[in-house]
Design a protein around this ligand. Structure first.
Ligand SMILES: Nc1ncnc2c1ncn2[C@@H]1O[C@H](COP(=O)(O)OP(=O)(O)O)[C@@H](O)[C@H]1O
Ligand SMILES: [Mg+2]
Length: 238
């Protein structure tokens, strides 16, 4: 089974919700799913220990038993682009270490889902962008973007940039982060599909606050709304 890099048009668009949900669906069908969040900034500080919330969430939903230091090798406290936070905190991000973590996960799991920070042009070191890491790992991407007004431009820019870098785009997931549905939400999926030439794998509906931390509910939502079979992530129970 293929591995994927889950990127987005921005921070806060639903990469973790989508990645965790996909991991949960695959786990439910008996697959061994590894997760990697190479760097996480904005970690909370618990008595000197930095807690990477996204990585902890991905680990929980995937059932990946790898050590959190492999799942999330670089953690920073400042809620900034990883490259900027790392520089500020004297952390030296080494892509070879990330490659080693990915290889270790690849060895033990059928598929590895990698979640980036923000979008493709987010700095991860003083002179490298997220897109450089994706190329180094050689992974196809899944782009998560908002469903609402403004998303056509952000999504198409992300697709065009990915393709210009030689990064393949397997599909787009549109996420409804706000409860309102208007004309933009109704028309955006078709317009994005037409102009990008990339399949839209589905839409994640708005999830109420009470349900957002309910892992089983999230996995149900992703299973019902996102077409994973079309990108080779088989949901068949093995
Ligand atoms: N479909 C949705 N419905 C409601 N809230 C959502 C939805 N998707 C994401 N959110 C919320 O939006 C915020 C950002 O989502 P997250 O997955 O963390 O984004 P990213 O990983 O891209 O930064 C989180 O608080 C999350 O709970
Ligand atoms: Mg996230």
């Amino acid at each position: 089974m293929k591995s994927f890099f889950i990127t987005g048009t921005d921070t806060g668009v639903g990469k973790t919700i989508a990645g965790g949900g996909i991991a949960g669906v695959l786990r439910r069908s008996g697959k061994r799913v590894g997760v990697l969040k190479p760097f996480e900034s904005g970690c909370s500080n618990s008595g000197g220990e930095l807690i990477p919330e996204d990585a902890v969430f991905l680990k929980k939903l995937s059932g990946c038993t790898e050590d959190i230091d492999v799942i999330c090798p670089y953690r920073m406290e400042h809620p900034l682009a990883p490259g900027v936070a790392a520089e500020m905190e004297g952390v030296s991000i080494d892509l070879d270490r990330i490659r080693s973590c990915f290889k270790a996960l690849k060895k033990n799991y059928e598929t590895v889902l990698v979640e980036g920070a923000g979008g493709l042009m987010v700095p991860i070191t003083g002179n490298l962008l997220t897109s450089d890491l994706i190329k180094m790992l050689g992974l196809p991407t899944i782009i998560v973007s908002r469903l609402s007004l403004g998303t056509i431009n952000h999504t198409l820019l992300t697709v065009r940039y990915a393709l210009a870098c030689g990064i393949s785009v397997a599909g787009i997931i549109l996420n409804q982060i706000t409860p309102e549905i208007g004309k933009a939400e109704e028309t955006n999926p078709e317009v994005i599909k037409r102009f990008s030439g990339i399949p839209v794998l589905g839409q994640i509906p708005f999830i109420s606050k009470e349900k957002r931390n309910d892992a089983d509910f999230l996995v149900d939502v992703i299973q019902q709304n996102i077409d994973l079979n079309s990108i080779g992530l088989s949901q068949a129970v093995t």
